[in-house]
Design a protein around this ligand. Structure first.
Ligand code: PRT
Ligand code: MG
Length: 217
């Protein structure tokens, strides 16, 4: 008996960049989440649905089995912790880097050398804490949910930890990258129970996506 499969994606770059990989597995999403208000999107395969959730919620839906599989950035997965998730494939999409950035006039190297206590604004508390602890830099972390680039400009923080791809957001706000923490890309994540119980349906899809990810990127 065939069972239903639910795939969790977020709108925007992850949806756009996952489409060609799904196509390689013969899956075509029948509606565009940018124009449709639907949160459950049918595909050409009556047994496969796509749900549209916030990027940072993808691991949660998959962990609890509300989605069988999903696509999430390494940034998001590190903060989530990965509990209950099998992470078989690096899709090599939605690539960027996680960096420390400061106002152009701020002497970060000197502040670190002198053992200053830095105020750092970020959405990525765990990753930032680990990075600065490994360097022996004392920080007070300030949790933000977006627009991190604003924090140094208005005196909320000395530095930010954020994602950078082209660098144009940093440049537009007179910020400079002073440390590169890690490369980021998106991974396919699979609910551990679904991997066993729906193996027959999931396996060919995972294999086709894996092959396409290797080919395309
Ligand atoms: O937007 P929302 O709050 O709903 O969630 P989200 O921001 O987490 O979602 P989305 O779709 O923006 O990002 C989804 C995933 O894409 C992230 O989890 C990353 O893994 C990945 N990704 C790749 C990026 C970027 N590149 C990226 N450039 N996510 C965000 N950005 C932002 C960055 O935070 C910064 O504000 O773009 C800005 C910098 O871009 P440049 O090109 O100016 O350097
Ligand atoms: Mg965003």
């Amino acid at each position: 008996m065939s069972q239903k499969l639910t795939l969790a994606l977020s709108k925007g770059r992850i949806f756009e960049e996952t489409l060609p990989l799904l196509a390689a597995a013969g899956i075509v999403v029948m509606e565009n989440p940018e124009t449709s208000r639907k949160l459950i999107l049918p595909t050409n395969d009556p047994l496969v649905n796509v749900i549209i959730v916030r990027a940072s919620d993808v691991p949660t839906y998959v962990q609890y089995g509300a989605a069988d599989f999903g696509v999430a950035g390494k940034d998001v997965l590190l903060e989530h912790g990965g509990e209950g998730l099998y992470q078989p494939i690096d899709l090599n999409i939605a690539k960027c880097r996680m960096s420390v950035a400061v106002s152009a006039g701020f002497d970060y190297a000197s502040a670190v050398r002198h053992g200053a206590r830095l105020r750092v604004a970020t959405k990525y508390l765990l990753t930032a804490r680990e990075h600065f602890a490994a360097k022996g830099v004392h920080v007070d972390l300030i949790k933000l949910y977006g627009s991190m680039e604003l924090a140094p400009l208005v005196g909320l923080a000395d530095a930010i930890v954020d994602l950078v791809s082209t660098g144009s957001t940093l440049r537009a706000n007179h910020l400079v990258e002073v440390e590169h923490i890690m490369e980021i890309s998106s991974r396919l994540v699979v609910n551990q129970a679904a991997l066993k119980l729906k193996h027959k349906q999931l396996q060919p899809i995972l294999e086709a996506i894996q092959a396409a990810a290797t080919r395309i990127t």
